[in-house]
Write a protein that binds this ligand. Structure first.
Ligand SMILES: Cc1cc2nc3c(=O)[nH]c(=O)nc-3n(C[C@H](O)[C@H](O)[C@H](O)COP(=O)(O)OP(=O)(O)OC[C@H]3O[C@@H](n4cnc5c(N)ncnc54)[C@H](O)[C@@H]3O)c2cc1C
Length: 389
């Protein structure tokens, strides 16, 4: 396959600039980080310096005020280049909760620093060990004391928190038993980790199959002031949901980038690897799975784009954003498997980067929302099937 067939030409200036930045971070860089489980600090710094992480922040607060489609192009190109945006993608979209629901004072206080990179807002503490996907059953509780709150609880899978100055935290402010709807009584706080690390917040890294800087976070008598709460008390679940469409579209774009990387790798290898005196790519048993993965990733890309267009024009896009994430995560996984199969034994060798990307892209069928939960959303909220839980 000619390289140009899996190039996309929208936002070509942005895409060219991202590709050229990524050339400075080749496979060896990622392999070494992966082997040592190190945070790709230099890569994140380069993206910060180039302003790519601040694209969604309005110009009034120091960002470039672009849309989700430009942000998607950036993340797709990062992944298509063999790099990994997971070390910092959250810096792009977590701030959306602050932007949409924070007070003017909060926005002025934090957004310019986030835009310049002086302040890192990379961490998002929602998931808990006891509740999992059932977010409204979280136990972390913020008790009103005087003119602030005292928070106690535990989070799990809080990624990048060791590399963040701020953490967006979801906690209950009214017990579930005392609210009329289970989605009420949850609030969002912006925790300043520079003040609270080891003074109310303790972090314990989790060793995982990918290099993702993910952790457990223990919260013990953490005192936060009222002005660290974002928006109204008790409305936090809605604020978090508001941010999820952006997250789903951007993760979908990363998956499309991964799929294109795998398909390119598989195609190149299939053309060049000779077995039985012919290129393996001459066999339809090798060609067809690659062609199918290509078709699937192109179709998924259309849904990512549709969701992005709706999002940028302020239209409802819950259905499309969920389908984009679902289809793109499936497409990248299919492409990963096909790429591995095409490479045979060499797919397992670290130096080909396939086994690393294979592990990395698998995450997206589970996080930030699992495939089953998207299917359940579509079944219940789009198709009107009976509620299952
Ligand atoms: C590397 C990594 C990074 C992460 N980063 C973050 C982060 O930064 N912040 C954060 O808050 N969270 C983070 N997460 C958590 C992630 O969002 C959750 O793992 C994910 O939402 C699934 O939740 P769970 O692991 O608790 O699975 P569970 O809720 O325990 O579910 C287990 C399985 O059962 C399925 N299931 C559950 N209920 C149903 C049902 N009713 N019907 C059908 N199937 C069902 C699920 O789909 C899943 O496949 C991260 C996770 C990982 C692995």
């Amino acid at each position: 396959m000619a390289e140009s067939q899996i190039q996309t030409d929208d936002f070509s200036d942005i895409r060219d600039a991202v590709r050229s930045l990524c050339q400075g971070f080749p496979g060896e860089y990622w392999r070494e980080k992966d082997r040592n489980r190190e945070y790709p600090r230099e890569f994140v710094q380069a993206l910060t310096d180039s302003g790519f992480l601040a694209v969604l922040i309005p110009e009034a607060y120091g960002g470039s005020g672009l849309g989700i489609r430009e942000a998607s192009a950036i993340l797709e190109e990062i992944h298509k280049s063999g790099c990994n945006g997971a070390a910092c993608h959250a810096q792009m979209y977590i701030m959306g909760t602050l932007l949409r629901h924070g007070s003017e004072e909060q926005k002025k206080k934090y957004l310019p620093g986030i835009a310049s990179g002086a302040l890192r807002l990379q961490a998002f503490g929602v998931t808990e060990p006891g509740s999992g996907t059932d977010t409204t059953s979280i136990r972390t509780f913020a008790k009103k004391v005087g003119d602030g709150y005292v928070i106690n609880g535990q989070k799990v899978w809080t990624s990048r928190v060791e590399h963040s100055d701020l953490m967006l935290l979801l906690a209950r402010t009214t017990p579930k038993e005392e609210v009329s709807k289970r989605t009420e009584g949850l609030s969002v706080f912006l925790v300043d980790l520079r003040e609270s690390l080891n003074r109310g917040v303790t972090i314990r890294p989790i060793s995982t199959m990918i290099n993702h800087a993910t952790t457990e976070v223990f919260i013990d008598d953490l005192k936060v002031s009222e002005d660290q709460r974002i928006g109204e008390e008790g409305k936090g679940f809605r604020y978090i949901l508001d941010g999820m469409n952006a997250e789903r579209i951007l993760i979908g774009a990363e998956c499309i980038g991964d799929a294109r990387w795998f398909i390119q790798k598989a195609t190149d290898y299939a053309k060049n690897r000779e077995v039985f005196n012919r290129p393996i790519g001459q066999n339809q048993g090798i060609q067809f799975p690659i062609a199918r993965a290509y078709a699937q990733s192109e179709a998924a890309d259309l849904m990512v784009r549709k969701a992005g267009e709706l999002f940028d024009s302020g239209e409802p896009c819950g259905k499309e954003a969920n389908m984009a994430k679902l289809l793109a995560a499936d497409a990248s996984w299919e492409a990963a498997d096909v790429c591995m199969q095409t490479h045979g034994g060499f797919g397992f060798a670290e130096e080909y980067d396939i086994e690393r990307k294979f592990r990395e892209t698998r995450l997206y069928r589970i996080a930030p929302v699992s495939t089953n939960l998207i299917l359940s959303y579509l079944a219940e909220h789009v198709l009107g099937l009976p509620r299952s839980f």
